[in-house]
Each structure stands twice: as structure tokens, then as C-alpha cells.
Design a binder for this molecule. Structure first.
Ligand SMILES: Cc1ncc(COP(=O)(O)O)c(C=O)c1O
Length: 373
């Protein structure tokens, strides 16, 4: 029965060159990784590894329960305070992923009395959050502040939430955060900014919301994943203390989910301490991104991601395979994972790349692009 149901769907994807396939990597693979999101190069940092191993020995392998039962450890609370203070917010609440942090905050503030406004390019987790929120949802054109102002002004709902990313995950462009926060304040709405690609990268590491002077404002909420720059797992919602209390009591993805493992908290905390102690790391990401962008003939972007438009999905997959065969891992993003329908290579710049590796990666990628184009 499942074969008859699913095989035509699989065949339809195959015809369009859109089949996705898993590739398991070996621990000792020595390819240059420009596909992962280890922006600060901390996933193999000995300080982060030691802190993680120590936490496993001290706390065990799992969190053992949800946060409201016995899943909250002193490490969770230490991490929440450290993230809030680094990014300039009053309080933080850790979730077991960035995806769940977005689901958690939007659903806890949503409902029939709340309009949810999302930028058309936001990450799937914010789209799914809006779908789950039981709210009326308005999707506005990418980065159009006037469109946000219009839907907020015309609403009947007493509350409203505007969701965007600070640095967009695929195109790596930035949202007009100051203007959005201004419009939100005028229209009695809250702004939710996903800084998955801002933390550790923009604003000297503290993110774009901090850089724009918006951190700590009463109507500004930030979500982050701990899985990219902080080389761990998990997510966090940052904002006023009253928001943290509300989430603890009302956020189903927080309440009904086993807590993030203590080891993941320790890894994120150790990575954050490295970032604080070595503030030059974010600048290294930007110079690597600029070199990769120049090699691919695209403009440098706001974040770590270098997005290279390709003629189509097949050419994208082929170029990525050529890169892999030559020891360089790059992302190949195709519909539906691209906001504008254009397939692209997605390269992630990392702080720890040596000059030699960067030069080799630039040569391999530009050769692959010209071979398939
Ligand atoms: C913009 C954005 N938000 C949220 C997430 C989800 O975070 P996590 O992987 O921790 O669930 C990601 C990527 O994974 C992302 O790119």
C-alpha cells in the first residue's frame, strides 16, 4: 500500500531533479567543510570538547525529563543567564532546538487575538510556528517595512507579532531591523527576530539586534539556535523576564519536551566563553566569506553564508558533487529549500579555515561552477 502511495511521489521528484539523499560522513573525513554551520570553527575546539565530556561525566548522558520535572539543571540556568547577558536581554529560556524555540515563542503568543506577520523568506520553523499558532497569518514581501506597517495598522486583533530573521539563512541578506522595530512599536506589536545566523557572526558576535541597539527593548524578542556558531544543539528565546515566565507556563514545545541535555548546555556555554574571550573570530568569518564570494563572482553578504545562484537543480547537485570529489563540501539548495525558487550552492564561511584551505576551496568551487554552467 505504501509503495503505491509513495512511489509516484518519489518518481515526480526524481524527474524534476529534486530528490534529496542522505550521505553519512565518516569521523575522519578530511574534506574542507563549507556545508556545515560551524561558523566559529568550535565544534572540535578542545575547550568545548572537554567541557562537554566533563558534563557527561557529571550529569549523565540525558536530561532525564522535561524542564518542569527534573530536566532543569544548574547548567541550563547558567547558560540562559550567560546568553541573555552576552546579547543584552533581560532573560533567556533554553529549548531543545532552535526549531522548537521558534515554535515555542510564536505559539505561546499566538491565538485568535494575535495577528502573526511573517516575512516571505523566513525559515521553515517560523512558517510552521505561524501555522501552529491558531492566529490569522499575513505573509509580507521580503524586507518590505511598509507592507508590515499596513497589515499591522489594518488589523482587528488586539495583539500582533512580526517575525523575521536578522540574517536570512539562504540568501544571507539582512532584515531592516531598526525600521521593523519602529513600526512594531508604533503599532503596538512585538518583533520576533531569529538570530540563528547572527549569533557569533554579526555585531561582533552579539548579533544584529544588539548591533542595532534593540536588545533589551520591551517589544523585541530574539530566538537563536545553539547549533551553528555555538557548535552544540538547542535553541533559546531571549527577551523580557515576563516573557520567560509566560513561556515556562504556556509554551507547549517547552513544557512537553525532554530538556536539552546537560552536555549540550555545557558545549554551548564553553563555546560562548571562547567567543567572549576571542572577539576576533567573527571578523575572520567575514573575511573568509568575502574571499569565497569573490571566487564565485557574487557580492559579499551580511553573514557567513555565500549564496551562489545556479542554472537549475541538476547543475547545483552536479557542481556540489564535483566539489566533493575534489575534497570540498558545499551545500546544494533546491526548491523547496530556497525562498525564491532559484537553486543555489550554499557555502558557509568559517573562522578557523587556514589560508591554504580557503585558497584551495575557492579554486575547486569556481572550477566546478564553470564546468556545469
Ligand atoms: C533561521 C533558522 N532558524 C531556526 C533553525 C533551526 O535551528 P535548529 O537546527 O537548532 O533546530 C535554523 C537551522 O537549522 C535556521 O537556519
Amino acid at each position: 500500500m505504501l509503495s503505491e502511495w509513495l512511489m509516484p511521489k518519489a518518481a515526480a521528484l526524481e524527474v524534476r531533479g529534486l530528490t534529496r539523499r542522505l550521505r553519512a560522513r565518516a569521523a575522519d573525513e578530511d574534506a574542507i567543510d563549507l556545508a556545515g554551520n560551524d561558523y566559529l570553527g568550535l565544534s572540535r575546539d578542545s575547550r568545548v570538547i572537554e567541557a562537554t565530556a566533563e558534563a557527561v561525566c557529571r550529569w549523565g548522558t540525558g536530561a532525564t525529563a522535561s524542564r518542569l520535572v527534573t530536566g532543569t539543571t544548574t547548567l541550563h540556568e547558567e547558560l540562559e543567564s550567560a546568553l541573555a547577558s552576552y546579547t543584552g536581554h533581560a532573560a533567556g529560556l533554553v529549548f531543545s532546538s532552535g526549531y522548537l524555540a521558534n515554535l515555542g515563542v510564536v505559539t505561546a503568543l499566538g491565538g485568535p487575538g494575535t495577528l502573526v506577520v511573517t516575512d516571505e523568506h523566513v525559515h521553515a520553523s517560523l512558517i510552521d510556528a505561524a501555522r501552529l499558532a491558531c492566529s490569522r497569518v499575513e505573509v509580507v514581501p521580503h524586507n518590505e517595512v511598509d507592507a508590515v506597517a499596513k497589515v499591522l495598522a489594518e488589523r482587528n486583533e488586539p495583539h500582533a507579532l512580526v517575525a523575521t530573521e536578522s540574517v536570512f539563512s539562504v540568501l544571507s541578506d539582512e532584515a531592516p531591523l531598526a525600521a521593523l522595530a519602529g513600526v512594531a512599536a508604533e503599532q503596538n506589536a512585538v518583533l520576533v527576530v531569529d538570530e540563528a545566523h547572527g549569533l557569533g557572526v554579526t555585531g561582533g558576535g552579539r548579533g544584529s539586534v544588539h548591533a542595532a541597539g534593540l536588545a533589551g527593548l520591551d517589544h523585541v524578542i530574539v530566538t537563536m539556535t545553539l547549533s551553528k556558531a555555538l557548535a552544540s544543539q538547542g535553541g533559546v528565546v531571549l527577551g523580557p523576564a515576563v516573557l520567560r515566565e509566560h513561556l515556562i507556563n504556556r509554551s507547549r514545545p517547552f513544557i512537553y519536551d525532554t530538556a536539552l541535555t546537560p552536555a549540550s548546555c555545557a558545549a554551548a556555554l564553553a563555546a560562548l566563553r571562547v567567543l567572549e574571550a576571542e572577539p576576533e573570530r567573527p571578523a575572520a568569518i567575514h573575511s573568509a566569506a568575502a574571499r569565497l564570494a569573490a571566487a564565485c563572482g557574487v557580492p559579499a553578504a551580511a553573514g557567513a553564508v555565500v549564496s551562489v545562484p545556479m542554472p537549475g537543480p541538476r547543475e547545483t547537485v552536479r557542481a556540489a558533487a564535483i566539489c566533493r570529489d575534489n575534497g570540498v563540501l558545499v551545500g546544494s539548495f533546491r526548491p523547496p529549500s530556497v525562498p525564491d525558487g532559484i537553486s543555489r550552492l550554499r557555502l558557509t564561511a568559517q573562522a578557523g579555515l587556514s589560508d591554504d584551505k580557503l585558497a584551495r576551496a575557492c579554486a575547486v568551487i569556481s572550477q566546478a561552477i564553470s564546468e556545469v554552467s
